[in-house]
Design a protein around this ligand. Structure first.
Ligand code: CAA
Length: 409
């Protein structure tokens, strides 16, 4: 595979880095402490056109691609892993419209996100439906003039700040494969309100909130794709597009933690020399750097697979999300170790990386779900490797096609 990052993507990355250095990193501690949203950074990102990076060009985007989105998110997350998701979640909230919206829906909503006028959020998870995304209870029923949504959502990232919400609800409880539909709900719609604001361990600068739908009436034109029953597919397609972005957030978090650990290790003196001169510290730094670099290229490859609509994009997105988030947790943990006792203190910036990293293994599909998705693909791919069957010893082949255990029962 030959892979080169196009110059346009690099330009987006450079722009994001400048903004992150000025408006994200210096404010990271403040907003983490206060659990408040960084409106300054969002305003500047909007003014500098960064929201155009994930919106298709014909709907207000500019040279957009998932790869560019990933490079931007990586830069923001390197400065503040929490702010990385505060930005990326707008892509997650917009992807349902991008992958499943009607032409009218795309024309109406996407340009408003592209110019940063409207922020977006994604309402899928519920108290009783996390990994099992198909097990939703939130209902939407037909009414004379459209639909009425009733129910509650849990862990809506960006809720209260966002203006547009992609909401998944059950429209046909009797159906197995066409049970769910998605709706676009605007903030301020009567009956749509916010519940508990979560007090989180990390990513404290972005609100994660319960969203409540108390007989929320939405017109027919807000049914995503104009047809009911497509919601689950649209949710899965959305997650395929969004998971490389979470993975990029993880790469940014890992890189940010690594760089702080490098600087600290060079300054911190013990036994009369910088701790970076000790082989055990060097080994830790080297491993952290290798793991981060490996994750980075897995993420870029997954982003390119989504951009090119490659057949294996679901598997690649899951691999990138899983590997990069495991890496972020490992690297942030080792970075705290390098900082020693100081690393455990909130006066130092590294503890925040450690707290911010953990959620990456959980949201947008736990890493157990990612491994399940990857394994399902591997099992299917194995069926195509018939040319290898002759290398499996004959004694095993005798049992091919026969479930001996089942026959004995
Ligand atoms: N693209 C298109 N269609 C897909 C698909 C994909 N990637 N994956 C599945 N589908 C389709 C299947 O083809 C199937 O269609 P038919 O019924 O027509 O055959 C249908 O969807 C059902 O598929 P599965 O049988 O695979 O569904 P499942 O219930 O066994 O498993 C799952 C699906 C992978 C476990 C899924 O539920 C999942 O990804 N769960 C995790 C949920 C998740 O990631 N939540 C994150 C919430 S968002 C968040 O966290 C964001 C935040 O706060 C920042």
């Amino acid at each position: 595979m030959s892979f080169k990052i196009p110059e346009t993507c690099r330009e987006w990355q450079a722009r994001a880095r400048r903004i992150a250095d000025r408006y994200v990193r210096p404010l990271a501690r403040k907003y983490d402490r206060l659990q408040e949203y960084n409106y300054e950074a969002t305003k500047v990102l909007a003014e500098e056109g960064l929201f155009r990076v994930f919106i298709p060009d014909q709907y207000g985007g500019e040279k957009s691609s998932i790869l560019s989105l990933c490079l931007v998110v990586e830069e923001l997350a390197k400065a503040d892993a929490g702010y990385g998701v505060a930005f990326a979640v707008n892509a997650l909230g917009s992807f349902p419209i991008i992958v499943g919206g009607t032409e009218e829906q795309k024309r109406k909503y996407l340009p408003q996100v592209a110019c940063g006028k409207k922020l977006a959020a994604f309402c899928l998870s519920e108290k009783l439906a996390g990994s099992n995304a198909a097990g939703l209870l939130c209902r939407a029923e037909r009414a004379a003039d459209g639909w009425v949504i009733k129910g509650e959502k849990k862990w809506t990232t960006n809720a209260t700040v966002a203006d547009l919400y992609s909401v998944f609800a059950v429209t046909d409880p009797a159906s197995k494969s066409r049970r769910i539909s998605a709706f676009i709900v605007e903030k301020g719609t009567p009956g749509f309100s916010f519940g508990k604001v979560e007090d989180k361990m990390g990513i404290r600068c972005v609100p994660v909130v319960e969203t409540i739908f108390d007989n929320v009436r939405v017109p027919e034109e807000n049914l995503l794709g104009g047809k009911p029953g497509l919601g689950f597919k649209h949710a899965m397609m959305t997650l395929d597009c969004a998971r490389p972005g979470v993975a990029a957030q993880a790469v940014g978090a890992a890189q940010g933690a690594l760089e702080l650990a490098m600087v600290y290790a060079n300054r911190r003196q013990q036994f009369g020399q910088p701790i970076s001169s000790f082989q055990m510290v060097q080994q830790m730094l080297s491993d952290m750097a290798m793991q981060t670099e490996a994750a980075r290229w897995l993420v870029y490859a997954a982003a390119a697979a989504v951009d090119n609509n490659e057949e294996n994009l679901t598997k690649r997105a899951a691999m990138a999300k899983c590997f990069a988030s495991d890496t972020a947790v490992k690297v942030a943990t080792d970075a705290v170790q390098i900082f020693g006792g100081y690393g455990f203190m909130e006066d130092y910036p590294i503890a925040k990386f450690y707290r911010d990293a953990k959620i990456l293994q959980i949201y947008e599909g736990t890493n157990q779900i990612q491994r399940m998705v990857i394994a399902r693909h591997l099992v299917k791919e194995a069926n195509g490797l018939t040319h290898l069957e002759e290398f499996i010893p004959k004694e095993t082949q005798e049992f091919f096609g026969a479930d001996v255990g089942a026959a004995e029962q």
